[in-house]
Design a protein around this ligand. Structure first.
Ligand code: C5P
Length: 234
């Protein structure tokens, strides 16, 4: 499977997003972009169509979590937008994930890559145990949710690069890991806690790295993107 760098386009308007993507107009390799809730809720489905029309692959990061029927129908809508990857919460259970897969699959049998969020990296083990009453360790929970994701027939999970090895050991090397929390060795860490470099993420076995501020806030975003590709893909 091809490794790729996904740029998190965490902007709140189409104009900011296009001003950023314009910098990549002459790039031979069109970046794979992640559209999250902020941009999607601000601009609606047209933002997906417009970015797609510029030749970018799209990871639509909306993290669905609802009853199986609602998720199935919503996934059918997202599939018709022709996104390349989308996601949901594994906490919705195997039934919900199976329904999502059905909704996402087009009449010709093709579908976008579907991955699951296990535990959000903002959830600490302490809060998971005390507030959610999940008594297992956070790592056991992540592995179990990844196994459920695989059992439902999905393609992989979003996880920290430092968890990718553990997920691959439990679910196999073909099971996709999409990993945010990536920083250059000489860069700012910001609010991310468990970070690793693109080169290290490659070594650990991530399939896709999601990189936001190290590219979007760089003085030269195209150079920063090329550096990620050189470390992670080439
Ligand atoms: O700017 P930065 O590189 O930290 O952006 C990382 C992106 O990945 C953001 O869009 C963030 O919401 C997302 N993400 C994350 N950690 C997760 C899941 C998603 O940082 N566990």
């Amino acid at each position: 499977m091809g490794k790729d760098v996904i740029i998190a386009c965490d902007f709140s308007s189409a104009s900011e997003t296009f001003a950023f993507l314009d910098k990549f107009r002459d790039e031979e390799r069109k970046p794979f972009v992640k559209i999250g809730m902020e941009l999607y809720y601000a601009e609606g489905p047209s933002i997906v169509r417009e970015i797609k029309a510029r030749g970018h692959k799209i990871f639509l990061d909306l993290k669905l979590h609802d009853i199986p029927n609602t998720v199935k129908k919503s996934m059918a809508v997202l599939s018709s937008l022709d996104v390349d990857m989308t996601n949901l919460h594994a906490a919705g259970t195997i039934d919900m994930m199976k329904a999502a897969l059905e909704g996402l699959t087009k009449a010709d049998g093709t579908r976008p890559i579907l991955i699951a969020v296990t535990q959000l990296t903002s959830t600490s083990e302490e809060r998971m145990q005390n507030e959610l009453l999940i008594n297992a360790s956070i790592n056991e929970t992540i592995v179990k949710y990844a196994e459920n994701t695989k059992a439902a027939g999905l393609d992989g999970v979003v996880c920290s690069p430092l968890e990718a090895g553990m997920v691959k050991s439990a679910c196999g090397s073909e099971f996709i890991t999409v990993t945010p929390g990536v920083r250059f060795a000489d860069g700012e860490v910001g609010d991310q806690v468990r970070v690793t470099t693109p080169a290290k993420a490659k070594e650990i076995g991530s399939d896709y790295i999601v990189v936001g501020r190290p590219i979007t806030q760089a003085a030269d975003p195209v150079a920063a993107y090329r550096r990620c590709v050189a470390e992670f893909v080439d």
